[in-house]
Design a protein around this ligand. Sequence first.
Ligand code: ATP
Ligand code: MG
Ligand code: MG
Length: 534
Amino acid sequence: YDRRAAASAAGASFNIGLKNTENGIITRFPPEPSGYLHIGHAKAALLNDYFAHEYPCPSSRRALICRFDDTNPSKENEEFQESILLDLSLLGITPDRISYSSDYFQQMFDACIQLIKDGKAYADDTPKVNMQEQRMDGIASARRKMSVEENLARFDDMKTGSEEGLKWCIRAKISIDDPNKALRDPVIYRCNLQPHHRMGTTWKMYPTYDFCAPFLDSLEEVTHALRTNEYRDRNAQYHWMQNALGIRKVDIWDFSRLNFIKTVLSKRKLTTLVDTGVVWGWDDPRMPTVRGIRRRGMTIPALREFILKLGPSQNILNLDWTTFWATNKKHIDPIAARYTAIPKENAIIANVAGIDTPNTIEKPKHNKNTGLGTKKVCLSNEVFIGQEDAKSFSLNEEITLMNWGNAVVSNISTEPTTGKVTALDLQLHLQGDPKKTEKKITWLATTPSNLVPVELVNFDYLLTRDKIEKGEEVTDFLNAQTEFRTEAWADCNVVNLAENDIIQFDRVGYFRLDRAFHDGQPAIFFNIPTGKRN
Ligand code: ATP
Ligand code: MG
Ligand code: MG
């Protein structure tokens, strides 16, 4: 797709004063294969893709690297890796190069040895909690003064994954008490005996993100490392690593994290929702994953527009979903074919006089987009009408039956206590002007061959809280009911729809077909939000 056109269509301001762009830019998107991509990742991926191709590198075709940051075997696997590549391609992103942090384990091991030999890293067996406290209080670890030989020996123990080795980690020797706590001797290597999905049991210890990112960004010729600005405190540490290793420095350019109300964008928390069965899976329409929002009916062009419109802004955002879905509506409204659905509950049968024989006419699927073709409209002397519509009628009122014409209410009986309409007769008045009626009504001929059973599904937010704070668990703030199903009749054309089709049921809303009608099983449609606040 045309990135610049997309960005300018989105009205984005990309004049962000990126430095050192004369020789082009190489960026990387570094997902950890520990879950499916969510829309926060989509923002990072689209920005990396945008900049890499906006400032092409004459000497290299590596503009955008997708680097799987697979340094924690406890959380990662093949399935996630493959899903990430597929989701990137759904987003219209084809990385120029795919790499894996695990491809560089030997080089990172050698680099760590070098750091130890240079006195810039040391082995530590301070228990985790104490280490945390010492870092907070600016107290040196008792191991900070160990000799290079001893440090190397402990690193070797770690390498074999021995009982002794498992007690240790390696820390960069930066500072004990720098006001920037990210500089207080961060851990750069830790043990993990879990087999790695690519490397098997070759390695028993793995580099941390803090070590891996600056090393590989430099090695892979990345010119600009884009990352979310919550990491800003770690920028100094990132550059310390490159300095200490004597490798090329990489510019960091940061942007704000994407957050939405009543939504978690953290793989760990999303994993909890999947594992505890709160949702059907990673592609559940209530999930903020690329798959989930697509299944809910978000289109990729709209997602791209939405993200590029936010642009590389620095504000920490906690967006509500209004603009997100409003952007989508703009994209789907001109192309969503129109059909009719009447909820079964509360549907009443009205008699229509003035039609000789039931028959079928052709009408455009979309009045403003006739390119979508036509649909059948089945006419009959008996039609379903919604109770709410019927209730609003008065005797002798002229109304419009959409896709047919005007009709006059010739008889209406109501139940005195409830006001419920129990009988309704309409007299066609096709010469009447539909522009002059107040009520345009959806209706469906009751002819069995005209009726397709459907289920209309509405969803609500999974969470009851706008924001889940650090230390709080998503499972404590779950919305009790988030799925609402309505059985309805739809018109005969709906049998021809395919899964993923996006349509509008007149006066009901936009829907994405999740399961087509087959073997008498109702078609299942998911309601697509339009951004209206409810
Ligand atoms: P998560 O908590 O979802 O696991 P992460 O940052 O640990 O997030 P990674 O797979 O390491 O997940 O992220 C890949 C890239 O996506 C990183 O560059 C990260 O900064 C970016 N990213 C992750 N979440 C967001 C977000 N909410 N908004 C913008 N970018 C994000
Ligand atoms: Mg990460
Ligand atoms: Mg995270």
